[in-house]
Ligand binder design. Structure first.
Ligand code: FE
Length: 182
């Protein structure tokens, strides 16, 4: 094994850790079993106030960590985010634009250190894009409204979808169910 290959292998392993456990090649969301699969086309066809935000606007609106993840496609360190171990009932919204993205009803426990869901709130809540960074072929998950980077989706999730939406806590805000607010 050449030194260069070993270096590539080490980098890929490091990136896999950063991206979440079980990172693997997967097919685009358009081939999964969602009724109306989200596509990257959502990003170019959606027009609203949020998409008019400049980079300076986002910097002003978001915390440094939210900006790094949402606008620069960063990944928070595992087991450090606000929601990876949360079991509260409610709705997870985009921290950038407030769009409803996930519900606690599809959230499940993993040992990844990031909040994981087996489905988005609706098939058009999120968009996906091919991500070939870090020597891997992955599917990036983005907010379909503002284009913010949320995380990645893998094909090692539980039933009924078999998908794992591995999402950064920094990309989300949580709204507790009314009867849970006390
Ligand atoms: Fe958004």
């Amino acid at each position: 094994m050449s030194t260069r290959w070993q270096t590539n292998l080490a980098l890929a392993a490091a990136a896999a850790m950063a991206a979440g456990c079980g990172a693997s090649r997967m097919t685009p969301a358009s081939e999964n079993n969602l009724a109306t699969p989200p596509t990257s086309a959502n990003l170019t066809t959606t027009t609203n106030a949020s998409t008019a935000m400049t980079d300076a606007d986002w910097k002003k609106k978001l915390t440094p960590e939210q900006y790094r993840v949402l606008r620069q496609k960063g990944t928070e360190r595992p087991f450090t985010g606000a929601y990876w171990n949360s079991h509260a009932a409610g709705t997870y919204r985009c921290a950038g634009c407030g769009e409803e993205l996930f519900t606690s009803e599809t959230k499940y426990d993993t040992e990844c250190g990031w909040p994981s869901f087996y489905a988005p709130m609706s098939s058009n809540a999120v968009a996906t894009a091919d991500d070939r960074s870090h020597f891997m072929e992955r599917t990036e998950v983005l907010c379909s409204k503002c284009g913010g980077h949320l995380g990645h989706v893998f094909e090692d999730g539980p039933k009924p979808t078999g998908l794992r939406y591995c999402i950064n806590s920094a990309s989300l805000t949580f709204e507790a169910k009314k009867d849970e607010k006390k």
